[in-house]
Design a protein around this ligand. Structure first.
Ligand code: FAD
Length: 444
């Protein structure tokens, strides 16, 4: 049995099916929504008009899974798990017995107790239905949009609304957008947003959603000001959806997500697996437990669970929290530990920031890019990295993530055989320039 039919759940199901025939293993998926294997990641680009239609965000349909002998029940919410009997009970009382259960219930958008947050005109960005509702509001003539929160989902939605011609204001409680960047890199993002014409109000916790005479959201109030808008979009973060697991008595970890071992098995119930946004994991650099809700992790964790269920040993190797995003032409990447995380993990660290260009300086389209490295003092081991710059910047984070994953020092990276041609990079790639800045001074 699999509960939850998106990245984690369907990765587990398909991987188990690759390893076991239908005669050996019966696989049933319960999904409360209408779709399985959908891309929430694509919602901002669908709203913004870069992706033509909803169906393009659906990787595979229940019928396609049925052809693989994976039985999918959509519109079917699991309401309880009977761990003792080995059964999942749906909201309509149907019982599905299992030998092995995968919980892939995903994430739950953070919704602080702000008056008016549930009013019409306030939109979450979690499921395809949310994207459809925002598109409908825009098509109906919305001219102004407020985005609450400065995480990557909020910023991607700000770009989407801007692309659809709305005047956009981002209101966030934090001093800067993108809290998983250091302040100096977050300032670059903030400046980039403002340069695009997006109004950004930082240090502005929203106290109330303002309602018009029909009870519809028409703005928000912070301590110091009120901002009007035709629609309000929530990007306030994502926690784990663990109601089903917690009610069943499965153990949660300190992050509030389901506690699993490296095979994605629940420690207290090894016949139950959990994967994706609902599951706790560990940070590969700090070694500490973590909850990092990203599709990249959900797919891999689901695959690990499916492998183990299919009889092939597998272990999840941890996360670095590698993530990329863009707002207009401004690209952002981050991986590993930012300075606050390095501090909390007890590292003696140093930081180095370099400025370079994405292509040879003389080549058309060369854009500024800043690379920041967080490295361990003395050893030069790379702990984290951040990249902010023009087109061609963000995916450079993958080289840095790979270096951190492999335990490389800045000196190792500086000496690596990275590619060069004028349309792609300067002779020394910005990544290598940053690594050289560390290794030069670490060596004295
Ligand atoms: C707007 C947006 C943009 C994103 N962009 C990126 C990106 O660019 N890169 C990236 O790596 N990640 C991105 N993410 C995060 C990524 O989408 C998630 O990490 C990923 O979808 C998690 O997969 P999951 O299977 O764990 O959970 P989910 O995708 O949340 O799926 C869980 C499923 O379980 C179902 N379910 C829950 N409870 C029950 C129940 N009781 N019974 C039956 N079904 C149930 C839900 O309906 C849902 O379909 C983005 C997320 C959003 C919202």
């Amino acid at each position: 049995m699999v509960v939850g039919g998106d990245a984690a759940g369907m990765s587990a199901a398909t991987q188990a099916r690759r390893l076991r025939t239908a005669a050996e293993l019966q696989i049933t998926v319960l999904e409360q929504g209408h779709d399985v294997s959908f891309s929430a990641c694509g919602i901002p680009y669908w709203v913004g008009g870069q992706v033509a239609g909803r169906n393009e965000l659906i990787a595979r349909t229940p019928a396609e899974f049925a052809a693989q002998d994976i039985s999918v029940h959509t519109g079917t919410r699991a309401a309880g798990i009977d761990l003792a009997a080995g059964a999942v009970v749906t909201e309509h009382g149907t019982r599905f017995g299992y030998d092995t259960l995968v919980i892939g219930t995903g994430g739950r958008p953070t919704r602080p107790p702000i008056p008016g947050l549930d009013a019409p005109g306030v939109f979450g960005v979690h499921r395809l239905e949310d994207g459809a509702a925002i598109r409908t509001a825009i098509d109906a003539g919305a001219r102004t949009g407020l985005v609450l929160g400065g995480g990557y989902i909020g910023l991607e939605m700000a770009e989407a609304l801007l692309a659809r011609g709305l005047a956009v204001t981002v209101v966030l409680a934090d001093p800067l957008p993108m809290q998983l960047l250091d302040a100096d890199m977050g300032e670059r993002v903030c400046a980039g947003l403002r340069a695009m014409g997006i109004v950004v109000h930082t240090d502005s916790a929203v106290r109330e959603v303002l309602l018009d005479g029909d009870g519809r959201a028409c703005g928000v109030r912070t301590d110091g000001a009120s901002y009007e808008a035709d629609l309000v979009v929530l990007g306030l973060g994502m926690g784990p959806e663990v109601t089903l697991a917690a009610d069943a008595g499965l153990a949660l970890g300190v992050t509030g997500a389901i506690d699993v071992d490296r095979s994605q098995r629940c420690r207290d119930h090894p016949e139950v697996f959990a994967a994706g946004d609902c599951a706790q994991t560990f940070h590969r650099v700090s070694g500490e437990v973590a909850h990092v809700p990203l599709g990249t992790h959900a797919n891999k964790q689901g695959r690990v669970a499916g492998s183990v269920i299919g009889g092939r040993p597998a272990r999840f190797a941890g996360v670095l929290g590698t993530a990329v995003t863009k707002v207009g032409d401004l690209e952002v990447g981050r991986t590993g530990l930012c300075t606050t995380q390095a501090e909390e993990a007890g590292f003696a660290y140093r930081t180095d920031v370099i400025e370079a260009t994405t292509r040879a300086g003389y080549f058309p389209g060369a854009e500024d890019v800043a690379v920041k490295l967080v490295s361990e003092r003395g050893s030069g081991h790379l702990l984290g990295a951040q990249v902010v710059g023009g087109p061609g910047s963000a995916k450079r984070i993958d080289v840095l993530a790979t270096a951190i994953w492999a335990g490389m020092t800045a000196e190792d990276l500086a000496g690596s055989d990275l590619s060069y041609a004028p349309p792609f990079s300067p002779v020394y790639d910005p990544v290598a320039v940053a690594a050289r800045a560390v290794s030069r001074t670490e060596q004295g």
